[in-house]
Design a protein around this ligand. Sequence first.
Ligand SMILES: [Zn+2]
Length: 373
Amino acid sequence: MKMTGSAYRNPWFRKLFNFTVHIITDPPFLRGIFISGMPGDRVFIFKFVVQIKKMNNCTVCGNTAGNRLHTVREMQLGTRELFRYMECACCGCMQLLDIPEGLGKYYPKQGYYSFNLGLDLRKKPDRLRKWKASYLIYGRNRIPGTLLSIGYKVPDYYTWMRATGVQYDDTILDVGTGNGSLLLNLFRIGFTNLHGIDPFISEDQDHGAVQIIKKSIYDLSGQFDLIMLHHAFEHMDEPLKVLQQSYSLLKKGKYLLIRTPVMGMYSWKKYGTNWMDLDAPRHIIIHSMASMQLLAERAGFEIRKTVFDGNYMSLIGSEQYTKGIALNDSNSYMVNKTASVFRKKDIQQFKVINVANNKLQQADQAAFYLFKP
Ligand SMILES: [Zn+2]
């Protein structure tokens, strides 16, 4: 960029002080503001000490001031490549600055994209499971339900169904459905109108009550009683657009459920860039409580409830990343428990911390219930 000008109107001064301002951003070693001119017959070039830094706007709130840059390693596959992230000084979210082309190569090949439930999908829901579920979700079938529920650890998806008030025949959409296991579980406890979308699966699959479509949320039409994004939102680079599209696909008085990592909590404070849920470069925006609130409001939603549902495995992973052990390394706890650096008492300790974090609303993951009024 180049600007020319004169400091004085007087022709003599103009001759003396005619100058040109050069703002150079590239190459980096020349970055700065240069002033050149010819006072009399002598050429001068002066470089300002002030360095020009490339300003990055926060994708969510637009803030440019005071944002902090971080370098995060790829530690799931263990390539240990470095990626630049920016922590917004205003809304607190964390965002990947240079999204690599062909992000697909950073996703594990096995089991991530494939929907392979064909053989497992029964023609009818399991009757005993349905009795148990209808008791635990809706308080129906009290006697068989109570008997069947003795000693049963209630799965999280029961809680989601209960909290959103969704009924058995309601239309449910799972965005970023992956291997579709959640939809299968919902089918088995009695839900009949289940739709999953994922742009990365190989092809559409029609399983009657469970429909899996190779589509992105932007290509979808129709009206749903519940839309869910389970650990999908952080993979999306246009969060407001996703919320606006979800809003238009949702019936009035219904819920959009977003489960996602939360920035700025215990794990970020303790592990910093070794926090497992940053998951560079797959996670493009890791939202904070403030950025979720801001986006929800802009799209027209009310956040009616936030439930922290952090998992102790994320604490184990973050601890490993700090020690330089990637998730897929042979001595990773996720790969080989006995070869790992952790003993039973360490794992017990992580579980205790995790329970406390969830209770204190300091865990690194949460379920946000966005209500369309
Ligand atoms: Zn921001």
